[in-house]
Design a protein around this ligand. Structure first.
Ligand code: FAD
Length: 435
């Protein structure tokens, strides 16, 4: 169903960034403060750390991230085209420390001792062992490389923002007329369903605006068709950017040679592209991948707690987790969804400290705004509530997140208002997760 929630209604709702979790009882000062250790300071981990401290009272929270700050993938396609500076998407952990009392440790989580309730972190001053009462993992994604000779240092994916974003930006800027930019869309499920189509659009728009006559964008999609906002992106490919974007479905990647920027897929082979933006298939971030994985490479969780069967004190949120849903389509992997999941997980952890059962009256939501040109954007929102989930025949198949509302921009709703709203929404996300 389309447009059951319009963009304005959604933005109003999203600016509150609420998950329907009730604020739980605070852990009393008299008790020994329980320890929550969080891996990953992206949208999932940062929100979790903030909200456990804000709602939990006497709880020690340590946030571990490999980097000194987080570079947001949200808006990063606009850094690739030079429309925004890198500083616009660089999010510091300072407010989590100053405003919320989160302890931040820079280092890479390398091992979990689930029996001993400890996490080992590799830091510049050696390994540190952190004891925890609850461990929350939000490490994002890792990549499943294709066969061949793949090096992201030569052919950037830019699907984790930071140096990869700068590399792709520089390669795009070096394109001339008649050059070819080749990119892949990974097999679903992957991070940010509309993201690759958005990238194709902003790259095509950039090439046209910079007068790179005859330059092309070839989109090799491993899926059978456009996986998100097919109407808006179909119109963008066939009308707005007609003659620049060539869309190729069912293109399973068979091999990649980064040194020659060549790619072989089941539908098309391209040799010696000027830019090869190979975005590989994805799986749970490496530290989460030490836990049991489902058939698509992500960690199946209980949507009431984001806990894992047989590991009662370990939770996985954000892109690394897999949440059961009604229609068999995965709950989307987005920063907005990671933010929602973090609040539900935070609430459930605090309830466990105070002896309360997890709240079942919960909802999650996701939003993606996708620029189509340097002045217009489309948008997509999806909302879920907890309850019965159904199989294809409509029979109850268990409990999970039931999709209640999908709103997406029709082709004629791709406009300048949405482009402006994108920044309002993104700034709300950034503030709710990091300030
Ligand atoms: C181009 C693009 C556009 C997007 N646009 C949107 C959008 O419009 N809306 C939206 O909602 N989402 C969007 N997304 C998706 C969004 O960025 C992700 O879904 C979101 O970042 C997931 O959050 P996360 O916490 O799971 O992981 P991440 O945000 O990736 O955070 C993971 C963090 O964990 C750290 N880490 C990983 N492993 C370790 C370890 N072992 N030890 C220590 N630290 C570790 C990393 O350094 C990183 O900081 C977009 C993504 C892309 C690529």
């Amino acid at each position: 169903m389309k447009n059951t929630l319009n963009r304005r209604q959604f933005l109003k709702l999203a600016s509150a960034m609420t998950a329907l979790a009730a604020v739980p009882r605070v852990v009393g000062a008299a008790t020994t403060a329980p320890r929550v250790v969080v891996v990953g300071g992206g949208f999932g981990g940062a929100t979790l750390a903030k909200y456990v401290r804000m709602w939990g009272g006497n709880v020690q929270v340590t946030l571990v991230d490999a980097n000194p700050n987080h570079v947001s993938c949200i808006l990063s396609n606009l850094v690739v085209t030079g429309a925004l500076p890198m500083s616009r998407i660089t999010l510091a952990f300072d407010s989590l420390k100053a405003n919320h009392g989160v302890t931040v440790m820079q280092g890479r989580a390398v091992a979990i001792d689930a029996a001993g309730n400890t996490l080992t972190v590799s830091t510049s001053s050696g390994n540190k062992v952190l004891p925890y009462d609850h461990l929350v993992l939000s490490p994002g994604i890792d990549f499943v490389p294709a066969a061949g000779n793949w090096s992201p240092n030569l052919t950037p994916h830019a699907w984790q923002a930071g140096p990869q974003t700068t590399l792709l930006k520089n390669q795009l800027a070096a394109m001339s007329s008649n050059d070819t930019f080749v990119m892949t869309v990974p097999k679903a499920p992957y991070r940010c369903p509309p993201g690759p189509y958005e990238r194709a659009c902003v790259v095509a728009d950039y090439l046209k605006r910079k007068g790179r006559t005859g330059a092309k964008v070839i989109v090799l999609d491993a899926n059978a068709s456009i996986t998100a906002e097919p109407e808006a992106f179909g119109h963008a490919f066939n009308v707005t950017h007609a003659g620049v974007i060539q869309y190729v479905p069912n293109a399973t990647v068979l091999s990649v040679d980064s040194s020659t920027r060549s790619i072989v897929t089941s539908a098309k082979t391209v040799n010696n592209a000027k830019v090869l933006n190979y975005i590989p298939n994805q799986r749970a971030g490496a530290i989460a991948a030490t836990l049991p994985l489902n058939s698509t490479g992500f960690v199946a969780v209980d949507p009431l707690t984001y806990g894992i069967a047989s590991y009662p004190n370990i939770h996985v949120i954000g892109d690394s987790c897999a949440v059961p849903s009604s229609d068999g389509k995965a709950v989307p992997k987005s920063g907005h969804m990671a933010n929602s999941e973090a609040k539900i997980c935070a609430d459930a952890i605090i309830r466990s400290f105070t002896g309360e059962a997890p709240d079942e009256d919960i909802a999650t939501s996701s939003a993606c705004f996708s620029p189509i040109t340097n002045k217009t954007s489309s948008w997509l929102s999806t909302n879920f509530i907890y309850g019965d989930i159904f199989d294809a025949s409509g029979n109850v198949k268990g409990k999970g997140m039931h999709r209640v509302d999908v709103g997406e921009a029709a082709a004629d709703m791709v406009d300048g208002d949405s482009y402006q709203d994108m920044f309002i929404w993104a700034d709300s996300m950034f503030a709710d997760s990091y300030i």
